[in-house]
Write a protein of this length. Structure first.
Length: 244
């Protein structure tokens, strides 16, 4: 996958992650904000937050490895905190959250096909996030992951088609170049292919590039290449390169 395709897929993931955070925020009137953390094997971890203070909490969690979503990722189960003032599971996270006025949080993780996400809701009031919120948040998270998986599959399919088209085009050019080599050298198809491969290896160029040069020049300049590889290809050891 090219860098532009990777960037496009990454941008799409950011848009989806932001949308998920905003939709999760709407699940509970008492919710003051939400974060979404996405883990993808090829891309690592990325977090989106609805508010700057929550983004700071996410950074603290990433650097310290503690917090409700870290536990949720590890256990693959929802993690709830009714009141951070009384809950001491995550000292650094707790201190920073309380500074921001956060008293309660609820994290719902989803794992599918190597991709994982955790949605965390936050509230200013202790006990404001009901366990009943787990279901709608999970539905949103599953829909989000499935959407990313579909996008990734579509992107991979497009890349595969492009590569196949390129391979077919390259093969056609190589076949034409082999025909020119056969005419110039007076050899068979297998020997012509061997000659092109030897030129490719001797010049550190891809065979498709060599073939394109031969076809574009209709054989011009081929004799110079043949002289360089004369001693490495049995077909050429006997001498002649009738032609240009």
């Amino acid at each position: 996958m090219s860098s532009s395709e990777v960037n496009a897929e990454s941008a799409a993931a950011v848009r989806r992650t932001t949308r998920l955070a905003l939709r999760a925020l709407e699940c509970a009137p008492a919710c003051c904000g939400a974060t979404v953390t996405l883990r993808v094997p090829e891309c690592g971890r990325r977090t989106t937050a609805t508010h700057p203070d929550l983004a700071v909490l996410a950074e603290l969690r990433d650097s310290g490895g503690e917090g409700p979503d870290a536990d949720a990722f590890a256990s693959r189960e929802p993690v709830a905190c009714v009141d951070l003032l009384a809950d001491t599971r995550w000292p650094r996270f707790r201190a920073r959250a309380l500074e921001a006025g956060i008293r309660a949080c609820l994290t719902v993780p989803v794992h599918q096909h190597g991709m994982a996400t955790a949605v965390t809701l936050y509230a200013f009031r202790p006990g404001a996030l009901s366990p009943a919120l787990q279901h709608p948040v999970r539905v949103l998270a599953e829909e989000f992951v499935e959407g990313l998986l579909r996008e990734h599959a579509c992107t991979s399919a497009r890349v595969e088609v492009q590569q196949l088209r390129k391979a077919i085009t390259s093969r056609a050019v190589i076949d034409r170049a082999c025909g020119i080599v056969m005419r110039v050298v007076g050899c068979g198809a297998d020997e012509a292919f061997t000659i092109l491969r030897a030129i490719s290896q001797g010049t550190n160029q891809k065979m498709g590039e060599i073939a394109a040069e031969v076809v574009d020049g209709n054989g011009r300049g081929l004799v110079q290449h043949l002289r360089r590889i004369r001693h490495t290809v049995p077909t050429l050891r006997g001498g002649g390169t009738s032609g240009r």
